[in-house]
Ligand binder design. Structure first.
Ligand code: F0G
Length: 460
């Protein structure tokens, strides 16, 4: 018998937003019109939206109040200085460069550092990070520990970068071809799994030996720090803030999508120590994002980010957050639905190839599961598998599929209650019982980069 308990929310609800269930026939039409791509579905036609945890957080009363203090001066808005001080307190780097979101931070950083023919190692690159490296003619290389690719292995820090693989890679390619090493915390594309302080320290040692800067892709740094507090020896008594500060002390900079752990709907930044590089990045910033104290954001946005970064480190919030995601994972596990283990920080990942064993990889089982989940229950999830991450063999043109075929149920921060998650678990349990009805798909139209956003499909 189940004795699962939903975590208690450490907040109460002051404003609500109506959501509406659609009819089944309506959803069928919507899917057809959308080319069987859930990115093309109008959000109003989604009942529970687990497409992403990015930019979907509910802001607090404190953040909303902060919006009214927005200083919309072109240069030197007071909110920039608040943001700068907050970021410096957590990340402890010298320069803070705001950007309109994470991928802008990536693009600008890579324009400053990465050349054609270079290699950028990471535990696993997120799709925009990979694309921003590869569009410059460089190669994005994933060096996560092997355990990350085994969805059944329980490992407390399954996001760790494999230090031996890194050493060998540097030996093989030479440090001159490696302008930076990145670590994604938590490792989104590998299941939202955390990275340990020990691992960061070791990676940093290797990087220092070869004078390669280490940067963090820090979108979910607070969730990562909370896992460290719970799982890594010696950190039980440290505050999440102290843990975050320690992590960043082993690197030279970070890119951040504030749309995740800064609890806002838009925003990002780059933070780093290197004065010369910072100057270079700032001149890129003015070309495309805006002046150095606003980087494509309104003053009020800067304020909301600063306040969000303070709130995300409140430990009762993080405890609830991590437990809410774990709760959905447990409900699914009890229903026999195959999920990646352990459950990550921001999402539960379904193992689509096990969920739909009758659909071969080239008919995109993960994608098929996202279509079925919308059709059955109005729930939107995202495929992280063959459509998002396959690459074409340069010689044969054949698609090479990633090791894992996942569907991510990303949980927006402070948005859905436990009852919503129970609805999701029940819908998936039902779908699992009738899984043989789900059909594979074939591609009708696709684009060269990040094809999942615009691809059109047809059911077989
Ligand atoms: N890095 C990671 C690890 C991410 O998860 C994301 C975004 C980015 C960088 C880019 O940030 O969206 O602000 O430009 N991830 C979202 C997601 C889109 O759904 O996982 P952005």
């Amino acid at each position: 018998m189940s004795n699962l308990k939903a975590p208690v929310e450490p907040f109460r609800i002051k404003t609500v937003e109506r959501i509406k269930m659609t009819g089944r026939r309506e959803r069928e039409n919507i899917l057809q019109k959308a080319g069987y791509n859930v990115f093309n579905i109008p959000a109003e036609k989604v009942f529970i939206d687990l497409l992403t945890d990015s930019g979907t957080a509910a802001m607090s009363d404190n953040q909303w109040a902060g919006l009214m203090t927005g200083d919309e001066s072109y240069a030197g808005a007071k909110n920039f200085f608040h943001l700068e001080a907050t970021v410096k307190n957590i990340f402890c780097f010298k320069h803070v460069i705001p950007t309109h979101q994470g991928r802008a931070a990536e693009r600008i950083l890579f324009e400053g550092l990465v050349k054609k023919g270079d290699f950028v190692p990471n535990n696993i690159h997120f799709d925009t990070t990979r694309a921003n490296v590869e569009v410059r003619g460089a190669r994005a290389v994933d060096l996560v520990i092997d355990e990350a690719y085994d969805p059944d292995t329980i490992h407390p820090f399954k996001g760790n970068l494999d230090v031996d693989k890194l050493k060998k890679f540097i030996e093989k390619k030479g440090p001159k071809k490696i302008p930076l090493v990145m670590m994604t915390i938590t490792n989104n594309s590998g299941g939202g799994q955390p990275v340990s302080v020990k691992n960061v320290k070791e990676v940093n040692q290797v990087c220092q030996q070869h004078k390669i800067p280490l940067f963090f892709d820090a979108c979910r740094f607070a969730e990562n720090a909370y896992f460290i507090k719970k799982r890594e020896k010696g950190f039980e008594k440290k505050s999440v803030l102290e843990i975050a500060q320690e992590i960043f002390s082993y690197g030279q900079g970070a890119t951040m999508s504030a749309k995740k752990d800064a609890l806002v709907n838009i925003g990002g930044f780059i933070t780093l120590d290197d004065d010369q590089l910072a100057e270079k990045l700032k001149s890129q910033l003015v070309l495309s994002e805006g002046f150095t104290t606003y980087g494509g954001l309104a003053g009020r946005d800067l304020e909301a980010i600063a306040r969000g970064l303070e709130e995300v480190l409140e430990e009762d919030y993080l405890e609830y957050r991590i437990n809410q995601v774990a709760y959905l994972g447990q409900l699914l596990d009890e229903a026999g639905v195959p999920i990646l283990r352990p459950v990550g920080g921001h999402a539960v990942y379904l193992l689509a190839d096990r969920f739909l064993p009758h659909i071969p990889r080239h008919q995109f089982p993960g994608w098929a599961l996202t279509v079925a989940l919308y059709r059955e229950a109005g729930i939107r999830a995202v495929e992280i598998g063959g459509v998002m991450f396959a690459h074409k063999d340069e010689k044969t043109g054949q698609e090479i599929f990633p090791a894992l075929e996942l569907v991510r149920l990303a949980i927006p921060r402070r948005v859905y209650t436990s009852a919503h998650l129970e609805y999701v678990a029940e819908a998936l349990a039902n779908l699992y019982k009738n899984r043989e009805r789900v059909r594979g798909l074939r591609i009708v139209r696709e684009s060269q980069y990040l094809r999942h956003f615009t691809i059109r499909m047809e059911e077989l």
